[in-house]
Design a protein. Sequence first.
Length: 94
Amino acid sequence: MERTLAQAATQLGLSRRQLIALLQEKGLLNERRLPAYPTRDREYLRVKDGQWYHEKHGMQYSQSTRIKQAGIRWLADHLGIGLPAIPADHRDVA
């Protein structure tokens, strides 16, 4: 499962702006808010390419950062944020 920056920020207990500022401060995002090192950090972050058609301006293209599941813990470690413990799953107890 991948998350947007806003979704990841919520999970980390931050606002989207705070998360972006911290990621840029640590050198993990560039000025376009994309991964600064996409090859090195590919297990945690990726660039999502989007496109749509606009009647007046033709094809429009966008890029955004997505955070992979493993990236949440990785970001918390890099940013010094404590994550709450994952609750135990007792559904399979007989």
